[in-house]
Design a protein around this ligand. Structure first.
Ligand code: URA
Length: 210
């Protein structure tokens, strides 16, 4: 597994405002979008491209275009939805699927409750959007789900992560082609499963408590 933690003053600045408990939902949504666009630049570093011939006003030359099949962006519901706009702004030709994960209260294992994805993900590069990598349960399940459908590689973009979640994903994915791109790697999880120092409940801060 590859791990990339952003190291850029713009990311740290935006994250600092995002973490502030006084930041309103509209500002939180706007900052999340901007942060994802910055992280998406790094996350798409290995996106597959094919050569194309282009004609400039001056001459013919070679360029590249994003290869087929197009990359697939998969926000994990609900909080991952807040990251979608920031990602599609940078990769407008990507296809978008959706995955809803919930914890089964009997087995305590994450399970899929909603899914809108192509049946066959062979040769697909997949980009999972999940703002908070806490225990790693739902992200790990989402990664397994995508590989089970044939995904070629999976890159997860998270705004914040706890070391516990990163270790869990690392152990779970083994030698599969997985990259984690993080805005920051925080200190730890608290006893309630919140990332510390964190930013609280990302879904609630984006959309309000429901
Ligand atoms: N999910 C969140 O929204 N926040 C956390 O701190 C942990 C999980």
């Amino acid at each position: 597994m590859r791990l990339h933690v952003a190291d850029h003053p713009l990311v740290t600045h935006k994250l600092s405002v995002l973490r502030d408990h006084e930041t309103s939902s509209p500002v939180f949504r706007q900052l999340t979008e901007e942060l994802v666009t910055l992280l998406a630049y790094e996350a798409t570093r290995n996106v597959q491209v094919s050569p194309v011939k282009i004609t400039t006003p001056v001459t013919e030359t070679m360029g590249v275009k994003i290869s087929e099949p197009r990359p697939l962006v998969v926000p994990i519901l609900r909080a991952g939805l807040g990251m979608l706009e920031g990602m599609t702004k940078l990769v407008p030709t990507a296809e978008v699927g959706f995955l809803g994960m919930v914890r089964n209260e009997e087995t305590l294992e994450p399970q899929t409750y909603a899914e809108r994805l192509p049946d066959d993900l062979s040769d697909r590069q997949c980009f999972v959007l999940d703002p908070m990598l806490a225990t790693g349960g739902s992200l790990g399940a989402a990664i397994d789900f995508l590989f089970a459908r044939g995904a070629q590689d999976v890159t997860a973009i998270c705004i914040l992560a706890a070391p516990e979640g990163v270790e869990k994903i690392k152990a779970q994915v083994g030698d599969r082609d997985v990259t984690l791109v993080l805005g920051a790697l925080d200190e730890r999880l608290n006893e309630k499963g919140y990332i510390v120092p964190g930013l609280g409940d990302a879904g609630d801060r984006l959309y309000g408590t429901v």
